[in-house]
Write a protein that binds this ligand. Sequence first.
Ligand SMILES: Cc1cc2nc3c(=O)[nH]c(=O)nc-3n(C[C@H](O)[C@H](O)[C@H](O)COP(=O)(O)O)c2cc1C
Length: 341
Amino acid sequence: MTLIEKLYPVMKPWLFRLDAERAHTLTVKMMIMAHKVGMLKSVVSGPQQPRSVMGLTFPNVLGLAAGMDKSASAVEAWGALGFGSVEVGTLTPRPQPGNPKPRLFRLPEHQALINRMGFNNPGIQSAVKKLRNRRTKAVVGVNIGKNFDTPNEDAVKDYLICLKAAYSVADYIAVNISSPNTKGLRDLQAEGAVRDLISSLKKEQAALKQEHGKTVPLLVKIAPDLNDMQIEALARVFNEQNIDGVIATNTTIDRESVAGHRLANEGGGLSGAPVRERSTLVLQAFRMLLKEQIPLIGVGGILCGADAAEKLKLGASLVQVYSGLVYRGPGLVREVLETVK
Ligand SMILES: Cc1cc2nc3c(=O)[nH]c(=O)nc-3n(C[C@H](O)[C@H](O)[C@H](O)COP(=O)(O)O)c2cc1C
């Protein structure tokens, strides 16, 4: 067991006494420091099992989900810990502060989080600068969105700005149209809106491919709160537009599974164990509807190795975690990688 794995259970009670966002900021700072002084050892021992997906070689199947490293300031540290990929962001064209605090809450009884961060981020250019000189074996995805004050009619422009800015530094780009914390964002999942958005981005991707001489896959991240008709419509668009991959899923606005909890009615997206089942159902539905060559990344409620194995069995080519890392610490990375070996 590495030092960081031993330390996390000792530190967790202290961290959980702090406000959730404060604890998050502190943990990431400590990770960066530990990496700088060479204290951060990979939890991965022995040979890795690389996966080739979308023309990229992922050192292993486990990725860090978007939102943990919104500013792309710790990609080396996450890679050093053992993650095969790191999805930074969501990044928007202009920097923005996000929603007023408090905006992140723990529901330990449910191994869950509720967040309404609202895309607090330093802007796409700042992240691009940081990623230019990165030194990590991990695949780096850049998750992009629109500014909170950009009307939906102009949303395509925001995504295009981010795509163009990030193309040269990203291994893949994730188009986030599923955060519940930016007003109207999820409306971009409607068939007409998503078709307009994806076709514009695919056109730009083709132009950028010529300019840069490399293909950067374009993925879409979707919500778990979609009915069958919405899922079918989205799959139709993804197939017709030849999207390079789909990330299922973001957080849920449904509160049924945490009803009665004192924080259940906090606004925002619920993540962790309560979203797992719905997330996996959506993943399975897309696997059935999407063309075989379109891969899926499974995310939502992975709290142990078996949860990750289930998503991989039911159609995911890769998996990601966020809330599980808060509750389980770096031990989760080892457990997932040992389970799916
Ligand atoms: C505090 C917090 C912030 C998040 N921020 C983002 C974000 O900026 N962009 C995004 O696409 N997903 C974001 N997510 C969603 C996660 O990437 C993930 O899809 C979701 O939490 C489900 O996975 P989990 O159950 O492992 O947490 C965020 C989640 C949390 C808890």
